[in-house]
Design a protein around this ligand. Structure first.
Ligand code: PLP
Ligand code: COI
Length: 370
């Protein structure tokens, strides 16, 4: 890819964007993932491009509209698909900003390699994101904690039924004005430990952000909802003992001595960018931070004895959310007071403050968009 020519994005503005009044209504209380903006980015990859070396082409900003897919498109059969999740923030001074977009670009390419897909140069990924955010700058929701959720994704669209990496791909980026991820709006979420299902096994695709991982999580997630919980938490697939992560978030455990623990990255959990940022912020607070395995039994024992005082779930969509209650086949336990804990609130405020330009960004994490 290093020698591939730089991409130029053709601009084809939407001929009939959503009228202002309709848009205002749509973004007044958008929740998560149901409202979409006028535009999208589209880029194609073909094996025959770039003198037969394979390459990206036809980059454009265009109206967000349904896509045509041949019924034999390989994504529909073998799920060669990856995605990212990130947010654009509008700050007090009116500027727009992204948070660590280089990390999303890098993880996107890590996922691409695992799924035998072509990599998209990091600068093209970031330009794609910035271009569509600029085009749809009027779609930021004016709600507490609101942002534009950005969903870059790529799928195989060669029509071929043999099982091998496809020779054609499409990269798209769409935007969704977003408020709270959790519908309940409760101060802390409740989670269900899945005993019957695993999310990822060693050597599998757990560290990649591919649609298949989420497809596999739907039955256990539905089980969690049916039992009255917000999210499912997965255990490791080998010993069925160690806490891994939630269906769409990483986890942190906070102890009464001020130390914190998060499960290590070992290929079966997603290397969250929020997780990585919280590790840095917690170290700066002077906390002892350990990336080490933590078992369900220990979690229950520590929550009961009071040694464990907080548990937080974190991710782009969910930001930093306290976990108040944990339930499994063996019964339930409460974390701390069952509501938001001190450190969770402090780290959340710091992270959100940096993202929104209210706390100094000493790490160069924020990238403003002109
Ligand atoms: N784990 C899973 C399975 C996720 O889907 C996400 C969300 O992207 C995360 C963790 C958190 O990752 P990040 O903080 O990069 O959003
Ligand atoms: C995110 O936090 O961006 C996620 O992708 C989680 C979920 C919406 C899939």
């Amino acid at each position: 890819m290093a020698n591939a020519p730089a991409l130029t994005f053709e601009q084809i503005p939407h001929p009939a964007p959503v009228p202002g009044a309709t848009r205002a209504q749509a973004i007044a209380d958008p929740g998560f993932g149901t409202v979409f903006t006028d535009h999208m980015i589209s880029i194609d990859w073909d094996e025959g491009h770039n003198g037969g070396k394979g390459g990206w082409h036809s980059a454009k900003l265009c109206a967000r509209e349904p896509i045509m897919l041949d019924p034999a498109a390989s994504v529909l059969h073998y799920a060669q698909e990856i995605f990212e999740g990130m947010k654009a923030y509008r700050r007090e001074d009116g500027t727009m900003a992204l948070f660590r977009p280089d990390q999303n670009a890098r993880r996107f390419n890590d996922s691409a390699r695992r799924l035998a897909m072509p990599e998209l140069p990091e600068d093209a990924f970031i330009e794609a994101v910035e271009t569509v955010v600029k085009a749809d700058r009027d779609w930021f929701p004016d709600v507490e904690g609101g942002s534009l959720y950005i969903r870059p994704f790529m799928f195989a669209n060669e029509h071929f039924l043999g099982v091998r990496p496809a020779k054609k791909y499409k990269f798209l980026t769409i935007l969704s004005p977003a408020g709270n991820y959790f519908k309940s709006g409760a101060p802390a979420v409740s989670i269900w430990v899945s005993s019957d299902y695993s999310r990822a096994a060693p050597g599998g695709t757990g560290a990649a952000k591919c649609g298949g991982n989420y497809a596999a999580s739907l039955v256990p997630q539905a089980e969690a909802i049916a039992k009255g919980h917000d999210q499912v938490v997965f255990l490791d697939a080998v010993e069925r003992k160690w806490i891994e992560e939630l269906g769409g978030m990483n986890l942190f455990f906070v102890f009464d001595d001020g130390s914190i623990v998060t499960p290590p990255l070992g290929g079966t959990i997603l290397p969250g960018i929020t997780r990585d940022s919280l590790l840095t912020l917690a170290r700066e607070e002077g906390l002892t931070v350990r990336e080490e395995r933590y078992s369900l039994d220990q979690w229950r024992e520590d929550a009961t004895s009071g040694r464990l005082v907080e548990t937080m779930a974190c991710g782009t969509a969910a930001v930093v959310t306290p976990v108040g209650r944990v339930a499994s086949r063996d019964g339930e336990f409460t974390i701390g007071t069952g509501g938001p804990g001190q450190l969770t609130s402090k780290l959340r405020a710091k992270l959100v403050g940096i993202q929104r330009g209210e706390v100094e960004d000493t790490h160069g994490w924020v990238r403003t968009i002109d």
